[in-house]
Design a binder for this molecule. Structure first.
Ligand code: TXA
Ligand code: MG
Length: 321
């Protein structure tokens, strides 16, 4: 099916499509999602197809309120309850044992369901109008950079979905942090918008699941979040420039422009003093650079702390060299 994809702000129109088991791209505070009724196998199948995503890679369920979390998950332990109280709505996804109500196709047959209560006025308004929660992966083709504007979604998904609900530019700019439990100990499966120290303040020490070879959470796949142009994360810009003389190079940096290449080939993402601005601008800048015809995109590595750690994680996975 080829759609004449529309972009708009009409929440009731979005609801009409979703009620008909169609896909709608929705804004969230992290990135845009490709949403479908979590209770419709047909709609979820279309999400996997539109995204070209293997059906072994499960979807996050987005809910309208905290009550839904208790509807969909069983065994909500004390720490999970604390995280719900402290961070929801917000950019945190909890992995919890699922109830039967959650279709197996949403979790790719796995026993846990990923649940998130987003914090975006338009997404929340839409979710409140629906009788079902929304299963949604990020609205990019599998492996590509996540979209943070309706226009990004359009350029990747034009023709594949009927409607994109425009909610402006996503304020957080990188995906939610995914957290689950192993023997009662919190485990972070994907670094994201909520920092490790924010989480440790609430539930004490956490483990970070650094095993990229396993496929429990494919957001941890080594190669992911990539532009089509080769990308390199580095601390030493001059060294990279010297290795790639004669190539057309774009630089994503922070603080001030680098004196080593023309300013028109650079995007300054923000400053170290406020790395959340860097997160806000990152994917947009990667999209911009990716269509600008560079041979190579260089990104200056951030300090490995706070949200900088999550940003470096994404850039490591986007890095092709
Ligand atoms: O910020 C976000 O989380 C965005 C917005 C749209 O909510 N969503 C997002 O979804 O990033 P996605 O599908 O691109 O990444 C979710 C990750 C995937 O790596 C998936 O494998 C993992 O979460 N995941 C989802 N459900 C899971 C489950 N039941 N068990 C294990 N991993 C799961
Ligand atoms: Mg994704």
């Amino acid at each position: 099916m080829i759609y004449n994809t529309e972009i708009g702000t009409d929440i009731l129109l979005a609801k009409q499509f979703l009620d008909k088991e169609e896909i709608v791209a929705i804004p969230t505070e992290t990135v845009y999602g490709l949403a479908a009724s979590a209770f419709s196998e047909k709609a979820i199948n279309s999400v996997y197809t539109a995204k070209k995503r293997p059906s072994t890679n499960p979807l996050i369920i987005h809910v309208a309120n905290k009550d839904w979390i208790y509807e969909l998950a069983k065994e909500i332990n004390e720490k999970a309850a604390l995280l719900i109280e402290k961070f929801m709505p917000g950019p945190l996804t909890l992995l919890l044992p699922k109830k039967k109500l959650v279709p197996d196709i949403v979790t790719s047959g796995m026993p846990n369901v990923a649940i998130r209560f987003p914090d975006h006025p338009i997404a929340n308004n839409l979710l409140k109008k629906l009788d079902y929660p929304l299963a949604a992966p990020s609205a990019n083709p599998f492996g590509y950079i996540s979209p943070t504007t309706a226009q990004h979604v359009y350029s990747q998904m034009n023709g594949k979905i009927p409607f994109i609900l425009d909610g402006g530019k996503c304020t957080a700019g990188i995906e939610s942090t995914i957290i689950g439990f192993r023997n009662g100990i919190p485990v972070i499966y994907r670094l994201g918008s909520v920092t490790i120290s924010d989480i440790e303040h609430v539930v004490g020490p956490v483990t970070i699941n650094a095993d990229t070879s396993q496929t429990v959470v494919p957001g941890m796949l080594k190669k992911h979040y990539s532009p089509r142009t080769p990308l390199l994360l580095t601390q030493n810009i001059d060294e990279v420039l010297n290795k790639h003389i004669g190539k057309k190079i774009g630089l994503l940096t922070y603080g001030t422009y680098s004196p080593s290449l023309p300013e028109e080939h650079q995007i300054v993402l923000g400053t170290i003093a406020n790395m959340s601005v860097i997160a806000f601008n990152l994917y947009s800048a990667m999209h911009t650079m990716d269509v600008a015809g560079y041979d190579l995109i260089i990104v200056k590595r951030l300090p490995d702390e706070g949200i900088g750690k999550s940003i470096n994680d994404r850039l490591n996975r986007a890095s092709t060299l």
